[in-house]
Design a protein around this ligand. Structure first.
Ligand code: DX5
Ligand code: ZN
Length: 215
């Protein structure tokens, strides 16, 4: 079944506890945590302190998306803060394999993400080190953008790659996902849907999650 991973970036930062409770009550499986360093992307969000504080309030799977340069420097910090999975950007790592191996060695699920302009062929040599591939469907850095249609076919390309290697890798997409465009992504092979605005900015969070699942 499709997993929904609401992006906390779109939540009300003055009311994180109640906003997280609302998505838990709506039955989501994961919580997507966007970490930005103002260098890899032109925005700054939050880091391990915030994640360890909310860890005490939630049992959801913490799906941490690191949009930071050379994330290998901070993998232990995210482990200690309570991350279940850590996804890094291929474009941000000088040692992609070493970074993915470090995530796994600490007992977390390793994810690899690519920006809209990076082809899926770049992932191929790392696929066996990945538990998850994250296809960015917008330029990383900000919530509330429109999905770039050309990125959709990359989900199907990742699915073919995983099939070829006989891997059960999660395929996640992030950015601009709505109830209007999600069916196309699911048809390509999406297994984890990140949604910020579509969930946290909805009038009725439960209804919004149901609509993303197509129910
Ligand atoms: C963008 C982040 C996304 C973003 C998604 O860099 O990685 O997770 O918060 O938000 P929406 O769903 O509003 O595009
Ligand atoms: Zn994200």
């Amino acid at each position: 079944m499709l997993k929904i991973s609401p992006s906390l970036l779109a939540a009300n930062f003055a009311n994180l506890e109640s906003d997280i409770k609302a998505v838990e009550d709506a039955g989501v499986e994961w919580l997507h945590l966007d970490v930005m360093d103002g260098m890899f992307v032109p925005n700054i969000s939050f880091g391990p302190c915030v994640i360890s504080s909310i860890r005490k309030k939630s049992k959801l799977y913490f799906d941490v998306h690191l949009m930071i340069n050379e994330p290998i420097r901070y993998i232990e910090d995210y482990k200690n803060s309570g991350a279940d999975g850590v996804t890094v950007h291929l474009e941000a790592c000088s040692d992609v394999s070493g970074t993915l191996e470090k995530i796994r060695s600490l007992g977390m699920k390793a994810g690899l993400s690519i920006k809209p302009a990076t082809p899926v062929s770049e992932i191929k040599r790392y696929i066996e080190l990945c538990d998850l591939i994250l296809i960015m469907t917008v330029e990383p850095g900000f919530g509330g953008q429109k999905l770039i249609p050309e990125t959709i076919k990359k989900i199907g390309q990742v699915k073919s790659l995983c099939r070829k290697y006989n891997l059960q890798t999660e395929i996640e997409a992030d950015g601009g996902i709505t109830e209007q465009n999600i069916t196309e992504l699911i048809n390509e092979g999406l297994t984890v849907c990140v949604a910020g605005s579509a969930v946290f900015r909805a009038k009725d969070v439960e209804e919004a999650v149901k609509k993303l699942r197509g129910t």
